[in-house]
Design a protein around this ligand. Structure first.
Ligand code: NAI
Length: 398
């Protein structure tokens, strides 16, 4: 029988509890089902579908709107008792099993979304097996590395400031420590590489390939999750390399809108709220911002996990009657986070956080840590231990 151990290096989770991941997917499905159904898309492609925002999107649209889904992700399966693979691997399996039980199509492609081959394989599948054209394409990829499919060159993103170094507080969950971090400014090359990896180029390549192949339905929508943040994180996010990449996504949305004009399609940038994910936990200083923000938002009753936020986005905003757009047409479900009172209280709280008190009830460290643990199947509500062997896990297919 296997035992699952939470293993954290810095703020990166290395261990996984496959059964906990399954329970977490089931919990999210329950959340959506309890909200009831809504009118939405029926044939959805999600690029970056195996965790956090992409997974939540898939769950909300499948179990809320009855959508058939194709999910593309990059995950690893179990090798041996010390290396059981990644959480997203098990999330894909749990999702597919649950969706198929309801008679929904749930196809997983576990391979590099940046490559031409993956795009072609997805297109072939849509043409030959999916049973209809795509009416929603969701781009929810987060990666530190991208191999350019044309040049073969590999680019690495760098989460850095621009211009001046930034000095501020961060936490290390492995050591449960609080420390002062210095973030150096990026070089021009690092800025360009981060745009290459996390900007909108690959989104355009996907939309061009799908359009060219004729697999997009009339009136297709494509969404891409962005983050703008506020003054409290501008120096290392909005004003840093990631901010540049997100500005590129805005530019590429304009390009895609032109591309889709003749089929009445639309590209929609969705500025999503700060949540605890594999990607966001490694952004310098961001965990401390979250620990302050979540405390304030929990007290106001506005704190959301990815499934709560995403379900609100599609149910109420994209396919509902409560969308809120900004002056350049981006959807702004981050309205609760950027609320001025929320930000003022978060600022005041963050200024009080220090090495002595950061794990106390004064902050949302406990909540942040639980949400972080849930991502790899630990501390999951409703989880019950079961006997499972490596062979059992290897027998599971995505
Ligand atoms: P995540 O790390 O939880 O998920 C990333 C997904 O991309 C996973 O499904 C992973 O398998 C997939 N992926 C990565 N590289 C891949 C590759 N080469 N080929 C195929 N799939 C690949 O990330 P998260 O946080 O859900 O981010 C998704 C998007 O949401 C990003 O654009 C992020 O900037 C944005 N966002 C995140 C916020 C946050 O607080 N976490 C806030 C607002 C926006």
């Amino acid at each position: 029988m296997l035992t699952f151990k939470q293993n954290i290096r810095g703020n990166v989770a290395l261990g996984v509890n496959p059964l906990g991941c399954k329970q977490e997917v089931l919990n999210q499905i329950d959340y959506v089902k309890n909200k009831g159904t809504f009118e939405g898309p029926k044939k959805v492609l999600i690029i970056g579908a195996s965790s956090s925002y992409g997974l939540a999107t898939r769950i909300s649209l499948a179990f809320g709107a009855g959508a058939d889904t194709i999910g593309v992700s990059f995950e690893k399966g179990p090798k041996n008792e010390r290396n059981l693979g990644t959480a997203g691997w098990y999330n894909n399996i749990a999702f597919r099993e649950a969706a198929e039980k309801e008679g929904l199509v749930a196809k997983n492609f576990v391979q590099d979304a940046f490559s031409h081959e993956t795009k072609q394989e997805v297109i072939d599948y849509i043409n030959n097996e999916f049973g209809g054209k795509i009416d929603l394409v969701v781009y929810s990829l987060a990666s530190g590395i991208r191999k350019d499919p044309t040049t073969g060159e590999t680019h690495k993103s760098a989460i850095k400031a621009i211009g001046e170094p930034v000095i501020g507080p961060n936490i290390n969950m492995q050591e449960e420590s609080f420390y002062t971090q210095t973030l150096e400014p990026a070089t021009e090359q690092e800025i360009a590489d981060t745009i290459k990896v996390m900007g909108g180029e690959d989104w355009v390549l996907w939309m061009e390939a799908l359009k060219e192949a004729g697999v997009l339905a009339e009136g297709v929508l494509t969404t891409n999750y962005s983050y703008l943040g506020t003054e409290l994180n501008h120096s290392y996010y909005g004003g840093g390399t990631l901010g540049r990449a997100k500005a590129d996504v805005d530019d590429k949305a304009t390009h895609i809108n032109h591309l889709l004009a003749d089929i009445n399609g639309k590209a929609q940038v969705v500025v999503a709220t700060a949540v605890t994910t594999k990607a966001s936990s490694v952004i310098p200083f961001f965990p401390v911002y979250c620990m302050g923000l979540y405390k304030v938002m929990s007290e106001k009753g506005t704190h959301e996990t990815p499934i709560e936020h995403i379900d609100r986005i599609y149910r109420d905003m994209v396919y509902g009657d409560k969308p809120e757009y900004d002056e350049v047409g981006r959807l702004r479900p981050d309205n609760w986070e950027i609320d001025s009172d929320t930000q003022a209280k978060t600022k005041a709280l963050i200024e009080q956080i220090n090495a002595e008190n950061f794990t106390s009830d004064m902050t949302a460290y406990g909540l942040f840590y639980k949400e972080f643990s849930n991502l790899s199947g630990f501390m999951v509500d409703g989880y019950e231990e079961q006997e499972v062997t490596l062979e059992d896990l290897k027998a599971l297919t995505f």
